[in-house]
Design a protein around this ligand. Structure first.
Ligand code: NAD
Length: 510
C-alpha cells in the first residue's frame, strides 16, 4: 500500500464505489492516486472506503441475497448470457481501461478479458454443475438426495496485475450459484471493475447482487471480520494471502487465498531449444513479468545452458518496449515507480550475489515518456539458489537461469522452492515429462507449455506458499467453494404400511 496516500485531489477523474446498483461517492475523505504507468502522471483518484462504507456494501449484498439466493437457475443464467454478450462487445473498452492504469500492452489486455470471459462461459452453464445427486431406495422406502446451496454474501479481494480477469475468476461463478458479491479491487487500477459493474447492471442483474468497494487495508480488514460475510476469495501476494487466510478463518469464514509465485521451467538436454527459448522469453517478459504465472527461473539441465542462454538473450534484445497503447510495443512499463525501483534493486545486487548479469535492464527509458515506470529486460545466468533474485518473487522482467547436471537435481531444486504455483518442463521425452508431472510439487504443470493457466472448466491454484486454503479457484473447485452441501434423507411410507412403532436404537439401513 506504499504507493497510495490520502489527501486532497485536484483536476483528475474520480472512481467511486458501486453499491446497490449505482455509483456511490466515497465520504471517508480518503482516496488514492492512480497513475498512467507510461507517463507517470496521476490521472485518477479512487475513493477509499471506511468501515461504515464497507458495511453499506455488505448490507446491500445481504438484502439482495434474500431474493437472488432463491431465484431460479434459468433467471440467473439468462442474465449471465446477456452479460457475456455485453462483455464481448466491450472487450476493447475494458482493455483500454486496463492499459491506461496497469500499463500492459493492448493485445495483452485483450487476452486478459478473453480469459475472464471463459469463466463467464462456465457460469452460463452452471445449471449442469449444480445438478444434485439422488439415490433411491437406500433403505426400505428411503431416498437420499445431495444438493448444493449458495453460502450468502461472498467477497473478492483482487490484485493489480489482472484487474478484469481475476475478479472474473470469482464473481461469475459466485453469483451463478446464487450468492451476492462484494469486490474490493486493487486500488492501483480500479476502473475496469466499475465498467464490469455497469455491464452487469445493463445485463439486468438486480441491484445489490454485485457491489464494488475501493480501498486499502481498512476496507479489507472490515470485510474479513464482517459477520455477514460468509466466504472470502483472495488473489495477491503471499504475505497478504497469509494474513487474509488467518484473519478470515479466525472470523469463521471459508477462505481461499492465492499468493505469489516463483515459476520454474525445466529444460532437458533433448528439448527443442528454439521452442524453449521462445517460450522462456514470452513467459518471463510478457506483461513485463507482472504475472503470477510468469516464468522467472529457467533450470537448464546438462550441457544445454550456454546455447539456451544465448538464444534467450538474442530474442530478449529484440523486444520493443513502449507505451501499452502503441500497437508496436511488445512490453509496457511497470505498475509504479516504487515497484520499478524495487525490481531494479534485484538486478543491481545480482553480481554481488554470484550471478552473471547477461542483460541489465536497469536505467532504461522511453524517449518522450521519460517519467514512465520503465525498465528493460534483465537476464541473470549461473544464479545460485542463495541469490536474492532467486529467493524472492521479483514480479518484473528479470529472468534467472540456474544450471543443474541432472533431471533429479532439477526437480529437487524446484521442489525446494517455497512457492508451488506453476511449473513447466521442456523435453521430447514423454517418459521424463510423465515423471515430472507426478514428482513436481506445484499446482499447475505445463509440458512444453510455459504458462499452464488452466481453462475455465479446470481449476486454477498453486501449492505451498502460493495458496492458503483447500480450494483452487474456478472450475469444479469454484462451484464447491461458493456452495455448501446438504443431504436430504426422505421416507415416504407406502399407503399400505402400518406404523413402524417406537425404536430407540440407532437407525440402521435395511
Ligand atoms: P497485494 O497482495 O499487494 O494486493 C492484493 C490485494 O490486497 C489488493 O486488493 C490490495 O489492496 C490488498 N492489500 C494489500 N495490502 C494489504 C494489507 N496489508 N492488508 C489487507 N489488504 C491488503 O498484491 P498486488 O501487488 O496487487 O499483486 C501482485 C501479487 O499478486 C504478486 O505476488 C502475484 O504473484 C500475486 N498474484 C497471484 C495470483 C495467483 O493466482 N496465485 C494471480 C495474480 C497475482
Amino acid at each position: 500500500m506504499s504507493d497510495t496516500k490520502s489527501g486532497t485531489k485536484s483536476g483528475t477523474k474520480s472512481v467511486h464505489h458501486w453499491i446497490g446498483g449505482k455509483t456511490v461517492e466515497g465520504v471517508s475523505g480518503n482516496h488514492g492516486p492512480v497513475t498512467d504507468p507510461a507517463t507517470g502522471a496521476v490521472t485518477t483518484h479512487v475513493d477509499f472506503a471506511s468501515a461504515d462504507e464497507v458495511d453499506a456494501a455488505v448490507a446491500a449484498a445481504r438484502e439482495a441475497y434474500a431474493s437472488w439466493g432463491t431465484s431460479s437457475l434459468a433467471k440467473r443464467t439468462e442474465i449471465l448470457f446477456r452479460f457475456r454478450a455485453l462483455l464481448d462487445a466491450n472487450r476493447d473498452a475494458i482493455a483500454e481501461l486496463i492499459t491506461a492504469e496497469h500499463g500492459k500492452v493492448h493485445a495483452d489486455a485483450l487476452g486478459e478479458v478473453a480469459r475472464g470471459l471463459e469463466i463467464v462461459d462456465l457460469a452460463c452453464g452452471i445449471n449442469v454443475q449444480l445438478k444434485g445427486e439422488l439415490s433411491t431406495q437406500v433403505a426400505s422406502r428411503v431416498d437420499v438426495s445431495s444438493i448444493r446451496q449458495p453460502v450468502g454474501v461472498v467477497v473478492g479481494i483482487t490484485p493489480f496485475n489482472f484487474p478484469a480477469m481475476v475478479p472474473m475468476w470469482m464473481f461469475p461463478i459466485a453469483i451463478a450459484c446464487g450468492n451476492t458479491f462484494v469486490l474490493k479491487p486493487s486500488e492501483k487500477d480500479p476502473s475496469a471493475s466499475i465498467k464490469i459493474a455497469e455491464l452487469l447492471s445493463e445485463a439486468g442483474l438486480p441491484d445489490g447482487v454485485f457491489n464494488v468497494v475501493h480501498g486499502d487495508k481498512v476496507a479489507v480488514d472490515r470485510l474479513l471480520e464482517h459477520p455477514d460475510v460468509a466466504a472470502v476469495s483472495f488473489v495477491g501476494s503471499t504475505p497478504i494471502a497469509r494474513h487474509i487466510h488467518t484473519t478470515a478463518a479466525a472470523n469463521g469464514k471459508r477462505v481461499q487465498a492465492l499468493g505469489g509465485a516463483k515459476n520454474h521451467m525445466l529444460v532437458l538436454p533433448d528439448a527443442d531449444l528454439d521452442a524453449a527459448a521462445d517460450a522462456a522469453v514470452s513467459a518471463a517478459y510478457g506483461s513485463a513479468g507482472e504475472r503470477c504465472m510468469a516464468i522467472s527461473a529457467v533450470v537448464a539441465v546438462g550441457p544445454v545452458g550456454d546455447e539456451l542462454v544465448a538464444k534467450i538473450k538474442d530474442r530478449a534484445e529484440k523486444i520493443k518496449i513502449g507505451p501499452g497503447s502503441d500497437p508496436a510495443s511488445e512490453m509496457g512499463p511497470l505498475i509504479t515507480a516504487v515497484h520499478r525501483d524495487k525490481v531494479a534493486s534485484y538486478v543491481e545486487g545480482a553480481a554481488a550475489d554470484g550471478c552473471e548479469v547477461v542483460l541489465d535492464g536497469t536505467g532504461y527509458t522511453v524517449e518522450g515518456h521519460e517519467n514512465g515506470h520503465w525498465i528493460g529486460l534483465s537476464l541473470l545466468d549461473h544464479v545460485p539458489t542463495s541469490a536474492k533474485a532467486y529467493q524472492d518473487e521479483i514480479f518484473g522482467p528479470v529472468l534467472c537461469v540456474l544450471r543443474v547436471d541432472t533431471y533429479d537435481e532439477g526437480v529437487r531444486l524446484i521442489n525446494d522452492s517455497r512457492y508451488g504455483n506453476g511449473t513447466a518442463i521442456f523435453t521430447r521425452d514423454g517418459g521424463a515429462a510423465r515423471r515430472f508431472q507426478l514428482e513436481v510439487e506445484a499446482g499447475m504443470v505445463g509440458v512444453n507449455v510455459p504458462i499452464p493457466v488452466p481453462v475455465g472448466y479446470h481449476s486454477f491454484g498453486g501449492w505451498k506458499d502460493s495458496l492458503f486454503g483447500d480450494h483452487h479457484i474456478y472450475g469444479n473447485d469454484g462451484t464447491h467453494f461458493y456452495t455448501r452441501g446438504k443431504v436430504v434423507t426422505t421416507r415416504w411410507p407406502d399407503p399400505s404400511d402400518s406404523p413402524a412403532g417406537v425404536d430407540l436404537g440407532f437407525p440402521r439401513n435395511h
